[in-house]
Design a protein around this ligand. Structure first.
Ligand SMILES: NC(=O)c1ccc[n+]([C@@H]2O[C@H](COP(=O)([O-])OP(=O)(O)OC[C@H]3O[C@@H](n4cnc5c(N)ncnc54)[C@H](OP(=O)(O)O)[C@@H]3O)[C@@H](O)[C@H]2O)c1
Ligand SMILES: *[C@@H]1O[C@H](CO)[C@@H](O)[C@H](O)[C@H]1NC(C)=O
Length: 332
């Protein structure tokens, strides 16, 4: 059963992308008719504290756009929208592309969930970005908090109405969500006028998310995959399950295709029809991370990577687990 699912996804993928040469990402179609570039540069630095310095973001964004990226992923909470905007502006100044060629995604933080707070929060993000619209605005988490960090009694259905208003005003061309579980998506779909175009969630070899990805794809919601390297790259060593960069199965694939293990992970995600969001501030890696469209993993290789799944998250926020809208499985 797993194999027929993977093989039909592979067929969908081949139909959508074919094999194109490296360096520029193809696009996927959103349920509102717009196109989304198939890879985004991640700019959130929360999980790589050794590189938490916001000053690196401006250059990283310009270098990524020069390397062929056409999507940048940021958020109000990252504190780097100003630098993201500067990087975009540096790139546009070269005259090789226009604003319309670039897809900018940002997110609403948990302390602005009241319906009438959404548009003002987006206007503040736009001001920092130096843009008059974003391509995609996401509810960052389905949980509302007060300014003092206590849970706020605001339903994400209400927040969504604020998102719809942002879209009506043209401040966000498309709207979506992040970190929503299946139940929360079902409830949103049943109780709103506008379907989210995207659910941005963690997906990587140790958190393959088969059921939630299937639900999203069955409902024409594109999955953006954050922390796409999972524990391949160095995280808190104590909580770092395999596989790592020296995994023999992944190394065999990397050698076979003349790619690196991180590229294999990104290709695995893209080949499932997901939009990976690799974060890097290192030029060589930024370039490497988009060079994943000129080869194809076999069905067996896709299954080998599926089998690494351990349902362990890089991003787990146990401090929030008593919130009624906590989206992840509670630990004890
Ligand atoms: N919606 C959400 O709730 C949410 C949550 C988490 C993340 N995100 C988004 O997803 C993005 C990515 O997630 P993440 O930052 O957690 O993790 P990630 O992209 O999986 O990993 C980033 C780490 O991998 C390193 N790296 C990048 N490319 C590499 C390569 N080719 N070879 C070896 N190492 C490489 C980076 O180092 P260097 O930078 O030093 O090169 C950095 O330390 C974030 O930046 C953010 O935009 C969203
Ligand atoms: C392998 O990849 C590297 C880096 O992309 C490239 O420089 C080299 O030419 C490739 N080798 C072969 C045999 O394709």
């Amino acid at each position: 059963m797993a194999s027929s699912r993977a093989s039909s996804l592979l067929l969908v993928f081949v139909a959508v992308y074919g094999v194109v040469s490296g360096g520029q990402a193809p696009t996927l179609k959103l349920n509102d008719g717009r196109l989304i570039p198939a890879v985004a540069l991640g700019t959130g630095r929360g999980t790589s504290p050794e590189h938490a310095d916001v000053s690196e973001v401006r250059t990283a964004v310009r270098v990524a756009l020069e390397a062929g990226y056409r999507q940048v992923d940021t958020a109000a909470i990252y504190g780097d929208e100003t630098e993201v905007g500067q990087g975009i502006s540096d790139f546009l100044a070269s005259g090789t592309a226009g604003r319309g060629d670039i897809f900018v995604t940002t997110k609403l933080w948990n302390d602005r969930h009241a319906k009438d707070q959404v548009v003002p929060a987006l206007r503040e993000s736009l001001k920092r970005l130096g843009l008059d619209y974003v391509d995609l605005y996401l509810i960052h988490f389905p949980l509302a908090f007060n300014a003092d960090d206590t849970p706020a009694n605001i339903d994400y259905l209400e927040t969504w109405q604020g998102m719809e208003e942002a879209r009506r005003l043209g401040l966000a061309k498309s709207i979506g969500v992040s970190n929503f579980n299946q139940q929360q998506l079902e409830r949103l779909l049943a109780n709103s006028q506008t379907k989210p175009v995207v659910n941005e969630i963690e997906v990587n070899p140790t958190l393959t998310q088969q059921p939630l990805v299937k639900y999203c794809q069955d409902n024409d919601i594109v999955v953006m995959a954050y922390s796409p390297f999972g524990f391949l790259v160095t995280r808190d060593a104590e909580h770092s399950p395999p596989p790592h960069l020296d995994d023999p199965q992944l190394l065999a694939m990397a050698n076979k295709y003349n790619k690196t293990v991180p590229q294999i992970s990104l290709r695995y995600l893209a080949q499932r029809g997901l939009v990976p969001i690799p974060k890097s501030v290192t030029k060589k890696r930024i370039e490497q991370n988009i060079d994943i469209f000129d080869f194809q993993l076999t069905f067996e290789e896709m299954c080998q990577i599926d089998a690494f799944n351990k349902d362990i998250r890089v991003i787990d926020i146990p401090d929030w687990q008593n919130h009624p809208d906590y989206p992840f499985k509670k630990s004890l």
